[in-house]
Design a protein around this ligand. Structure first.
Ligand code: AKG
Ligand code: FE2
Length: 388
């Protein structure tokens, strides 16, 4: 490697000596790292998972396909997943009803009123990639897991401190929002429980490896609206470059054919999945990275809606019980891939840390003065960037 420091830009994320530096302390080796060698996002047919008469051969091919997608890409498109699309359509009707509300109604459920980061975020409320100046154009509405509406929920056995305190709009203003999203959450939970059992097999564990630790799982739904983005390639972005926080995310979007989601490969190129009707995009989050020593990596992505149409999307974030300690599995620590995470972390700790950093306007935001840097600036691995 050359002695001199090379500085180039990938999109607007800084690259220093082959390492991508994102805000929120996220770094990714762009070459030589474990995954990221891809030019397209694979499509995985889940028939063998949902069809009870699938053969052992079909099931084991699925496990192999999932292993390949998780270790090489961290993103894949799923089809034949078993979710009835009318449930997804109803969820999109619900979120349209929400985003069409007048601003003062949306502000009644604003995220700053929630200790657990639920509720509405107006355009520019976040600037997830602080290496950009413009901020995120998206509007969003976040709701979390409820142990009383999950068909397998444990109700009061879920510790009170771990519950999300959802802020729902008044049903007189928006009657479809709560029922549409709760029905969608139940469908996603069922699918993610099945899919994580396949992932468990892919990492050499028993099928119930994740299920045992997910009796009151994270099951967050973030509803998003991205207006058409006029300032293309400039400092504005629909949602800045980031990694997801939980184990696994599943995204539906409408219209299905807008290519706005972009995924970063190890060559520093942004790759968009090609979607067909009635498919979801699935991607891995940081907790999966911690568990597998980044063998299954949470891949960096962002959203830029360059289409003339507005784009709605609904990511569903799935994770273990929030008080479950995630430690790297020893099988993933090798001389070629030494331990990346020195200590275990609960989802609760990791989520709060990431949310405090991502939401600089939220009352809980990390105190910038403590960093000993000029106000509004912070340092990530020696690189001074705005924000945090
Ligand atoms: O809108 C999308 O497709 C992705 C959104 C996303 O990456 C997120 O909310 O974490
Ligand atoms: Fe994401």
């Amino acid at each position: 490697m050359s002695e001199t420091t090379t500085e180039t830009m990938v999109g607007t994320a800084g690259v220093i000596n082959g390492t991508l530096q994102l805000s929120q302390g996220i770094t990714r080796k762009l070459s030589g790292g474990v995954g990221g060698q891809f030019k397209e996002i694979p499509v995985i047919d889940l028939t063998a998972m949902i069809n009870p008469s699938a053969t052992e051969e079909e099931k084991s091919k699925l496990v192999t396909d999932i292993y390949d997608a998780c270790s090489r890409v961290g993103f894949f498109v799923i089809k034949n997943h078993g979710i009835e699309w009318k449930i997804v359509d109803a969820a999109f009707d619900s979120i349209k009803e929400f985003f069409d509300l007048p601003m003062e109604k949306k502000m009644e459920v604003h995220q700053s009123k929630s200790v657990s980061y639920q509720g509405y975020e107006e355009p520019y409320y976040t600037n997830v990639d602080r290496l950009k100046r413009g901020g995120d154009l998206k509007e969003s509405f976040t709701t979390g897991y409820d142990p009383f509406t999950d068909p397998l929920g444990v109700g009061d056995a879920m510790p009170e401190i771990l519950r999300r305190h959802n802020l729902w709009p008044n049903p007189k203003d928006a009657p479809k929002v709560k029922p549409g999203l709760e029905q969608y959450r139940a469908a996603c939970l069922k699918l993610m429980r099945q899919l994580t059992s396949v992932i468990a097999l892919a990492i050499g564990k028993n099928e119930d490896f994740f299920a045992k630790k997910a009796t009151y799982p994270i099951a967050g739904i973030r509803s998003l609206y991205y207006p058409p983005q006029e300032n293309q390639g400039g400092e504005e972005v629909g949602l800045g470059a980031h990694t997801d926080v939980q184990l696994i995310t599943m995204i539906a979007q409408k219209p299905y054919d807008i290519q706005a989601l972009e995924v970063l490969n190890a060559a520093g190129e942004w790759i968009s999945p090609t979607l067909e009707p009635e498919t979801f995009v699935v991607n891995l989050g940081d907790m999966m990275g911690r568990l597998t020593n980044d063998k299954f990596q949470s891949t960096v992505h962002r959203v830029c809606n360059k289409d003339a149409r507005g784009r709605y999307s609904i990511p569903f974030f799935y994770g273990l019980n929030n008080d479950e300690l995630t430690e790297t599995l020893p099988q993933f620590v090798t001389p070629e891939n030494p331990l990346q995470y020195e200590r275990g972390m609960t989802g609760y700790e990791h989520y709060n840390m990431r949310m405090q950093r991502a939401h600089h306007k939220h009352p809980s935001a990390v105190n910038k003065v403590l960093l000993g840097l000029p106000p509004g600036m912070t340092k990530i691995d020696g690189v001074i960037v705005e924000g945090l």
